[in-house]
Design a protein around this ligand. Structure first.
Ligand SMILES: *Cc1c(COP(=O)(O)O)cnc(C)c1O
Length: 357
């Protein structure tokens, strides 16, 4: 197979061992003679996998007993609606840090007084708004900890006087999180926690049951808590691969060890962007994401964009074209991306600079 370096924003790169174990389970799940694609979700072998996956989440993120872990269909986008159904009564605030945050807010607006408490739209979401006051008369504050498209990240858990809800689709498991500070943490798995097709929710059970509106059964987190995420057929394959991914996270030393690696990878790449005269970063330095590194050609070199893309592609770089709303380049360097992958991209940028001198 061709040697490539995958920087896709999602679905993301998955570790080699995860792929190998999954390939094996597609043929024979746990020695049952049945493929994981055909295994009944009512077997004890499957239930053991669900249990293992739940326990691994709890162990890796040090999740307190107040919170439960759920596996759901519908992606992070469906959870925008879960949030509204389970938490929105009269008024809610959203920190508008990008397109995903805006989409989450849109769902709440459909039900009443939901608003952006602060926004970085004025500078194309290139920074995280700071210094805003959180009112106490709102049902919750919604934040997006990592803005996948713009490459900004809130790297610390904020203090919040009202229930705090976070879309952590693209930085979950990249660092330790103080789960006790959140009413709800949710996301799609496909950025750092597994394959597309399954979403996770880490929900504080005490924060549920406070809205007066009827909640459709499938959109009520309590339905899934009561049935251990098996109210209906769970995303079996997605949970299997997620479980393999979590086993890999543990084998790497957990989220603390991965955080160190992620810091190292990001540092190498941002240093090159800052050093290399052909490129410039788009996110405010203090808010730079450790997961999605966004950069463009520097002033006067804009015309080289397509040429560099082709140059990089020839050298095995996959998925570095920036999102259309930012342009330029985006390298997603999630957990499974290695130092070697990042170094290969840096080498490629240096080689290209030499060529142009
Ligand atoms: C990718 C992404 C989403 C959307 O996820 P889907 O699973 O495709 O619905 C939402 N929020 C963030 C931060 C994302 O990165």
């Amino acid at each position: 197979m061709k040697k490539v370096h995958v920087f896709n924003a999602g679905p993301c790169l998955l570790p080699e061992t995860v792929l190998e174990n999954t390939a094996q389970a597609i043929k024979d799940f746990k020695g049952t003679g049945v493929s994981v694609l055909s295994i009944s979700h009512r077997t004890k072998e499957w239930e053991a996998t669900m249990d293992e996956c739940r326990s691994l989440w709890k162990e890796l993120l040090n999740i307190p007993d107040t919170h439960e872990v759920l596996f759901l269909g519908g992606g992070a986008s469906m959870e925008f609606l879960y949030v509204v159904m389970n938490y929105f009564e009269k008024k809610a605030a959203y920190l508008e840090t990008g397109v995903w945050a805006k989409k989450a807010l849109k769902e709440a607006k459909g039900f009443g007084d939901a608003y952006a408490i602060a926004s970085s739209a004025d500078k194309n979401y290139s920074y995280i708004p700071k210094g805003f006051e959180i009112p106490t008369d709102i049902d919750y504050l919604h934040i997006t900890t990592n803005n996948t498209i713009y490459g900004t990240e809130m790297k610390e858990d904020i203090d919040c006087p009202v229930p705090l809800i976070a879309d952590m689709s693209s930085d979950i498991l990249s660092r330790p999180v103080d789960v006790s500070k959140y009413a709800l943490i949710y996301g799609g798995a496909q950025k750092n926690a597994g394959p597309a097709g399954v979403a996770f929710a880490i929900v504080n059970k005490d924060t549920l049951g406070k809205v007066s509106r009827y909640i459709p059964t499938m959109l009520d987190y309590r339905t899934h808590i009561d049935k251990g995420s098996m109210f209906n057929t769970p995303p079996v394959f997605g949970v299997f691969v997620m479980n393999e991914t979590l086993k890999w996270v543990k084998s790497m030393g957990g989220v603390e060890a991965l955080q160190k690696m992620n810091q190292k990878k990001a540092e190498i790449l941002y240093n090159e962007i800052d050093r290399n005269s052909l490129f410039v970063g788009t996110a405010a330095k203090e808010d730079r994401s450790l997961m999605n590194v966004c950069f463009v050609m520097s002033e006067g070199n804009e015309g080289l964009q397509d040429e560099f893309l082709a140059f990089a592609k020839e050298r095995g770089m996959i998925g570095i074209k920036g999102h259309r709303s930012v342009g330029g380049f985006r390298a997603s360097i999630y957990n499974a991306c290695t130092l070697e992958d990042v170094q290969a991209l840096v080498d490629c940028m240096q080689e290209y600079e030499k060529l142009k001198k």
